[in-house]
Design a protein around this ligand. Structure first.
Ligand SMILES: *[C@@H]1O[C@H](CO)[C@@H](O)[C@H](O)[C@H]1NC(C)=O
Length: 243
């Protein structure tokens, strides 16, 4: 009796939400977010990947990205990501708080994978603009994991920077028409991340010369695989901007 009740609930939930994206630029609604494949670098490798929305509940979402890629070990193959539909369009000076939580794990991985697990936050002078576009002034990455010796854009300008209760190496460099600043965890994988992104915004405006008039144009969350194979499971993720 209990078992059959439980099974019914599981089947209904799975029917309502399970959707696997596999096309190069496929996207699908995911509650307060949009889940996108974005296999922008797939031509530099041989392989495939897919992302599956598992569940949404309020502002919290769960999904899985599975990938396998070979060749060109220094080239990013993709950035499968979840982007918030509402945490955007706010000037840094107007952000009161930007709480985020991300619990994730590799359910499986081949030996020696080269991949990051990261936020990609886009800033610009206009309230809105597509990521990686003419409207982008800054790309702020937060690497909760970087395996296999991969490196962000640019060069390491600082080590041991304390922001939001964690310690980071800070990388900086240009990409197209925007600047990239990447916070890379100094302490290995952070699989249970729970911070206020405002701490990063404050650091950027106070110590890195980013104008407080910049707008948050997009907050993306996902993974950049280079080579290997893995299944990356996000048990729970949320982000919001209070202003
Ligand atoms: C998803 O991708 C993984 C890894 O590339 C592959 O093994 C799996 O068969 C794919 N699943 C679907 C439903 O396409």
């Amino acid at each position: 009796m209990h078992f059959s009740t439980f099974a019914t609930v599981v089947v209904v939930a799975a029917t309502a939400s399970a959707q696997t994206l596999s096309g190069q630029y496929d996207c699908a609604p995911a509650g307060a977010y949009t889940l996108c494949q974005n296999l922008w670098g797939e031509s530099s490798g041989v392989g495939n990947q897919n992302s599956t929305l598992i569940s949404t509940s309020g502002n919290t979402v769960s999904w899985r990205t599975q990938w396998q890629w070979q060749n060109n070990p220094n080239n990013v193959k993709s950035y499968a990501n979840l982007v918030s539909n509402s945490a955007k369009g706010v000037q840094l000076s107007a952000v009161k708080s930007a709480p985020t939580a991300w619990q994730w794990e590799y359910e499986s991985q081949s030996s020696g994978i080269r991949a990051d697990v990261s936020y990609d936050i886009w800033l610009g002078t206009a309230p809105s603009g597509d990521p990686a576009s003419r409207a982008s002034s800054y790309e702020i990455m937060i690497w909760l994991s970087g395996l296999g010796g991969i490196q962000p854009v640019g060069s390491k300008i600082l080590s041991g920077v304390s922001v939001a209760g964690h310690t980071w190496d800070l990388w900086k460099g240009p990409n197209a028409n925007w600047q990239v600043l990447s916070f890379v965890s100094s302490t290995g994988d952070i699989t249970d991340f729970n911070v206020d992104l405002k701490d990063f915004f404050n650091y950027l405006t106070q110590s890195q010369g980013v104008a407080a008039s910049q707008y948050v144009q997009a907050i993306q969350t996902g993974t950049e695989p280079f080579t290997g194979s893995a299944s990356l499971f996000t048990k729970a993720y949320s982000v919001a901007i209070n202003h």
